[in-house]
Design a protein around this ligand. Sequence first.
Ligand code: ATP
Length: 194
Amino acid sequence: MQHLGITGGIGSGKTTVCKIFETLGIPIYYADDRAKYLMSHDPDLIAGIIELFGQEAYLEPQVLNRAHIAQVAFNDKDKLAQLNALVHPAVGRDGLEWQAAQHDVPYTLKEAALLYESGSYRSLDKIIVVTAPLQLRIERVMARDGAQREDVEARISKQMPEAEKVNLADFVIYNDGEQALIPQVMGIHRLLSV
Ligand code: ATP
């Protein structure tokens, strides 16, 4: 069984594409959601976060104080790097356990916004990158989140440029509003199902 990753910049359409793979019966590990879960439920990770951010890191047991963590990490790049150094390996371990529990499927998918940035692409067999034109991504996220253009642009500017991700990809899905998604997903699915 192969284990693939799927990534792309903010608003590229990763989640939308994953929903299509789900309808084909492919199990998906949503790394960002899982990271949030583990930060509240994994005892070793919780202990590490308290060591870094103090007892205020939790409002009550298993309830992360996101505002406190965001504020400290925003002002202290070292703390942010240390937090990532705790969370990424925890998600990596959890993802491997999840992969081992999957049976009777041709392949699995791990969806993550920062698959390349976190280094987790190294433990995956192949990577799918979903890409869309920058302006379309910004407009889609503004519509989805009710966000301001500048906020979306600021979030995008912190990520690896999408063109670099496309260059590193094994498969690329173009979500530009012109090329239909389902045939592109089906093409990849067929190649991976032989
Ligand atoms: P993020 O990294 O922010 O989680 P994402 O890459 O998962 O974003 P989606 O949430 O799948 O992106 O898509 C962003 C928004 O654009 C969603 O509201 C989605 O419904 C919409 N969208 C995505 N693809 C298309 C499409 N081909 N046509 C119309 N709307 C689309």
